[in-house]
Design a binder for this molecule. Structure first.
Ligand code: GLN
Length: 203
């Protein structure tokens, strides 16, 4: 089983851990740099990206994680975790940091007040078995992507029709929604498959 870390400074750590275990991973919580050494991949959970940014600095994890991401460590970020993986953040706090692992611009709290939280079905490229029931909670969306970024999912109805909400760039996956709050493990399974493939490529 692959050893997958969940960044455990803040946010919905427990749900991701459960979903990853259901998808066939060994899960380790990561709170310090030494714990990062024991994992081959990392999940950045939802929560609050400004708080996460502060805690990453306080726990001396920002640079160690950035280095692993630059070296190609597989990572998956949901919601605030998507923001943490982005190269550019719109409507962030001025001192907010992100890893810049995915060449994309994300807008924080993009769906606006009236639709703080909502659910909708989204077709996800590369994930079989019908549309995925996505849950959005004060979510970002993706406004701009670089050439090496693949769109995996878009909203397909309502005022946000066409907005990008799931992307992949090499070993890095991000969703604006929260698959860990549902019982449908397909997104976590997709990530575990990515992690296995990356391990296979390393030999
Ligand atoms: N609005 C949060 C942020 O900007 C993200 C919300 C979430 O992760 N559910 O970081």
């Amino acid at each position: 089983k692959p050893n997958i870390g969940v960044l455990a400074l803040q946010g919905d750590v427990v749900d991701h851990a459960r979903a990853l275990e259901a998808a066939g991973a060994n899960v380790r919580k990561v709170r310090r740099a030494s714990e990062l050494d024991d994992v081959e991949a990392l999940v950045l959970p939802g929560g609050e990206s400004t708080a996460m940014s502060n805690l990453l600095l306080a726990f001396d994890l920002l640079e160690p994680i950035r280095k692993r991401l630059d070296d190609g460590m597989p990572a998956y970020g949901s919601c605030a975790g998507m923001i943490m993986l982005a190269r550019r953040v719109v409507d962030g706090r001025d001192d907010q940091r992100s890893f810049g692992a995915i060449d994309m611009t994300v807008r924080r709290n993009a769906f606006g007040r009236q639709v703080d939280s909502f659910e909708t079905d989204v077709e996800l490229t590369g994930i079989e078995g019908g549309p995925y029931r996505t849950v959005f909670i004060r979510a970002p969306w993706v406004e701009e992507i670089g050439d090496d970024v693949e769109v995996i999912g878009r909203i397909s109805q309502g005022p946000a029709d066409g907005r990008i909400v799931a992307v992949r760039s090499g070993n890095h996956l991000a969703t604006a929604f929260h698959p860990e709050v549902t019982t449908d493990a397909r997104v976590h399974e997709y990530f575990v498959t990515m992690v296995r493939a990356a391990a296979g490529a390393r030999g």
